[in-house]
Each structure stands twice: as structure tokens, then as C-alpha cells.
Design a protein around this ligand. Structure first.
Ligand code: SPM
Length: 283
């Protein structure tokens, strides 16, 4: 319709399109093209290099799962967490609900993502208001190498491969993450969609299987990512990552809209074709 504005994420011949009211931010950072929109029906929208990172409408689903699946997959109560990427602060916000965590660090390569999110996405970036949060601006793959035996949780909330997140999709990075974990620690990484990018999803599952004793691909329903789902690849040597250590306390349950112990277990149950895709991988 004349006068209407729609923005699209285009993937190999098809796209996901969102109607927007106005653009709030449009900058070329040293790393990527950063845009934030006010949409008509989905709240705010963050895009990096034309790829949807979050909308206010459904970001809770992705962020709750990326934070809570590794938190409860850890066989001991975790104390030290690191987020790599995740500059919008959503994973930090969800981790911050856990008083047991003594330290919450983030290593984001692009300071502009942090600044723009704090300015235009306050409901997500409120994760930064937690006094436990320590911000490192830099390359996550170099940071992890410099911190052996340090973290109970490492959560990689990356963009797609091809941009600044490329090194985060390589096997050396997975080995470095393992070295950066304390005994029994857990990693969780953005593992793409088995419909959209099956070779990437299978690749990271292979790394996790080869490197950790326990691993799995947890699916998350996120309507504004192409195909409506995205994966979280989880790995640990501490115990079965598919079985949550405990149930969230009643106060926490009141603010969780997606995660539950049942969803934790169920997220690892995959359609037959996806199980078969991953079965051939690793070891
Ligand atoms: N904290 C939210 C950041 C989101 N990180 C993951 C984004 C993945 C987007 N791509 C998925 C589909 C392929 N274009």
C-alpha cells in the first residue's frame, strides 16, 4: 500500500517482512549496519546487516531459553556466567534473575549495539542495570582464549555466520570455550534453524558432540526469526544437559513466560528429519 513501510529479512529466495512505523536508528558501525525500528504490531525491532535480531513481541522466548537452559542444565549451581555477543542485553536480563550468580560478564565486539540498545530498547537492555554486570568490548574468540578455567556458563548469543560472528562458528572456538569452563560448566550457543541453515546447525552440533560428553540441540519457537524457530546447542561434561537440575523457584516462575522444566526437556525432542540430520554428526 502506498505510504506504508515494510522491512524484510531475505534468505535464499524468500523473506520475512514486518510493517514499521518509523526508523529510530540507522548507523554503519565499524562492524555492521545497525537499524532499530518502531513496528506497527511487534514493538521495537533490531536488525544487524538486514537480519532480525529481536522484536519486543517475542524476544522473551529466545532470551529465556538461551539463559535458562544452560543455567538449569548445569549440574551444580553456577556462580560465574559469560555472555559472548548479546549486546542488546536480553540474555543478561534473564541471567540477572538468578541471585545465585555472583558475576555476570559480557564480551560484545560492537559497542554501538550496546549503546543503541540502551537508548532504544530499554526493556531488553535493562540487563545492564544489574550491578554484577561487567562489560568487555572486544572479540569474544580472543577473550575466551585468555580466560581458562573461569566460567560455569558460557552463552554465545551471536549473529549469523558471515559477519563479525564468523569465528564463533568454528571448532577452535568450541575447544577454547571448553578450556574456559570450570569443571562441570555448560556452554550454550546460537545454533540457527535446521530448516533454514541445516549445515550450520549440524556443524555446531558436531563440534559439541566431539568436544563434550553431553550435548544436544534445543529448539526455541521465535516467530520473527525465519522459519519460526532457532536452535540452542548445549554442551557440558558435568551431566545430561537435557535434564534440568532443579525447578525455578515460585517467584521466578511468575516472571518466566516461556521456560519451564517441561519445556527444557521437550526442547531437545526433535522432528525425525532433524534428529537424523544430527545423528550422523560427531564421534
Ligand atoms: N539477543 C538477540 C540476538 C539474536 N541473536 C541471534 C540472531 C540470529 C538471527 N538469524 C537467524 C536466522 C537466519 N537469518
Amino acid at each position: 500500500m502506498a505510504g506504508e513501510r515494510w522491512v524484510s529479512e531475505v534468505n535464499a529466495g524468500w523473506g520475512l517482512t514486518i510493517k514499521v512505523r518509523r526508523q529510530l536508528c540507522d548507523i554503519q558501525t565499524p562492524f555492521q549496519h545497525l537499524e532499530i525500528f518502531e513496528t506497527v504490531n511487534l514493538g521495537r525491532l533490531l536488525m544487524l546487516d538486514g537480519i532480525v535480531q529481536l522484536t519486543s513481541f517475542d524476544e522473551f522466548a529466545y532470551h529465556e531459553m538461551m539463559a535458562n537452559v544452560p543455567f538449569y542444565a548445569c549440574s551444580h549451581v553456577p556462580e560465574r556466567a559469560l555472555v559472548i555477543g548479546g549486546g542488546d542485553g536480553g540474555v543478561l536480563r534473564e541471567l540477572g534473575r538468578h541471585r545465585e550468580l555472583k558475576s555476570l560478564e559480557i564480551c560484545e565486539i560492537d559497542a554501538s549495539v550496546i549503546e543503541a540498545s540502551r537508548k532504544f530498547l530499554p526493556e531488553t537492555a535493562c540487563g545492564y542495570d544489574d550491578p554484577r554486570v561487567k562489560i568487555h568490548v572486544g572479540d569474544g574468540s580472543a577473550f575466551i582464549k585468555a580466560h581458562p578455567d573461569t566460567y560455569d556458563l558460557i552463552i554465545v548469543d551471536s549473529t549469523d555466520p558471515g559477519g563479525p560472528g564468523e569465528p564463533l562458528f568454528g571448532e577452535p572456538f568450541y575447544r577454547d570455550m571448553k578450556a574456559a569452563l570450570r569443571p562441570g560448566g555448560v556452554i550454550a550457543t546460537q545454533a540457527e534453524s535446521y530448516y533454514l541453515l541445516p549445515e550450520i546447525a549440524a556443524r555446531v552440533v558436531r563440534f559439541a558432540k566431539n568436544i563434550f560428553q553431553y550435548s544436544g540441540f534445543a529448539q526455541i519457537n521465535v516467530p520473527t526469526y525465519p522459519t519460526g524457530l532457532i536452535g540452542c546447542c548445549v554442551g557440558s561434561d558435568g551431566g545430561d544437559v537435557r535434564e534440568p537440575r532443579e525447578v525455578p523457584d515460585p517467584e521466578l516462575q511468575k516472571v518466566l513466560h516461556y521456560y519451564s522444566p517441561e519445556i527444557h526437556r521437550g526442547a531437545f525432542l526433535l522432528p525425525r528429519f532433524a534428529s537424523q540430520l544430527f545423528e550422523g554428526e560427531g564421534k
